[in-house]
Design a protein around this ligand. Structure first.
Ligand code: PEP
Ligand code: MG
Length: 312
């Protein structure tokens, strides 16, 4: 059994045997970025760029975007930062991008899908991100939201590289992308799992609707088994696969994710220290056993109990 966890975290995301599981911050503003840096984030695993423009009536210019992004990235000079391209639509509509009269916006033209019709908006954003990387000195990677196929991932990676940005990745938040994680990792440098949307689409349960919240529990074994496919893909390809949804902010679920083979966890600033401290209490072998115990269950209550038992 694992030792009881220390309350302190040394600021390096690693298991007790030194196996690295990086601990990153989720940010959407300069204040968030400062809070993440102050909490000890080793980098940024998700910069939600659409948060900068929720009230914008028109597309901001490349120069405006460059400045806004550099202001968020500046606390992370020399550190890895993953910038997500605009994830407009559904719960985060942008006036200048989101289609108006879709019957089901969560299933509509959102995230990267908008860029297929309007690639020039994506290309302008990529130019701004490349500029902000220069201005801030952060080690910038870029990823796309709402990717469903290998073809979409390859299309995005090509545009990122054409913009002079070295590392391109995609989010895995559509079940089909989880199933093909290995093939997707064949055409990009990394993936990052958005468990909030991956749960929503796996259970066909609106993430904003309290009445179906039980289905969107990140401890649902149906979700954990999809996450295992992604961890296996990371191990098979040797490429990074992080988690940047709410699942990563739960110190106990973090152990399961580490055991499944996920390589980094990204979360809001208040969770950073507790997750970092939790990771340091188990070895790689113990994390694998904890993950197996959770995977063997068929409901979230049993999954939580199996992990509690494995830790006691
Ligand atoms: C997610 O879907 O889990 C995610 C991290 O992205 P967002 O919450 O911004 O949709
Ligand atoms: Mg999402």
């Amino acid at each position: 059994a694992a030792a009881a966890g220390p309350a302190e975290w040394n600021g390096v995301g690693e298991l007790s045997d030194g196996h690295r599981v990086k601990v990153y911050g989720n940010v959407g503003s300069p204040a968030d970025a400062q809070a993440a840096a102050d909490a000890g984030a080793e980098g940024v695993g998700l910069f939600r760029t659409e948060f900068c423009y929720l009230d914008a009536p028109a597309e901001p210019s490349v120069e405006e975007q460059r400045k806004a992004y550099a202001a968020v990235l500046s606390p992370f000079r020399g550190k890895p930062v993953i910038v997500r391209t605009l994830d407009a639509g559904a719960d985060k509509p942008l006036a200048f991008l989101s289609p108006e009269d879709e019957p089901n916006p969560a299933l509509g033209v959102r995230g990267l899908r908008i860029a297929f019709d309007r690639p020039e908006v994506l290309d302008r954003q990529l130019r701004a991100i490349a500029g902000a990387a220069e201005d801030s000195g952060a080690e910038v990677s870029v990823m796309a939201p709402m990717v469903g196929t290998v073809e979409e991932a390859a299309w995005f990676a090509e545009r990122v590289r054409a913009a002079g940005i070295a590392r391109a990745g995609v989010m895995i938040e559509i079940p089909a992308a989880a199933v093909l994680a290995r093939e997707i990792l064949g055409v990009v440098d990394f993936v990052s799992v958005g468990t909030n949307d991956l749960a929503q689409y796996t259970f066909a349960a609106d993430r904003q609707l309290g009445a179906v919240a039980k289905l969107n529990d990140p401890w649902q074994p149906g979700l954990l088994r999809l996450l295992k496919l992604i961890g296996d893909a990371a191990e098979a390809t040797g490429k990074p696969a992080g988690v940047c949804g709410e699942a990563a902010a739960d110190p106990r679920l973090a152990l399961v994710l580490a055991g499944l083979g996920l390589t980094s966890l990204s979360m809001n600033a208040p969770a950073i220290r507790a997750v970092g401290a939790s990771l340091s209490t188990v070895s790689r072998k113990q994390a694998r056993e904890i993950a197996e115990a959770a995977l063997a269950t068929v409901d979230p209550v049993s999954a939580r109990k199996a992990v509690a038992d494995a830790l006691s």
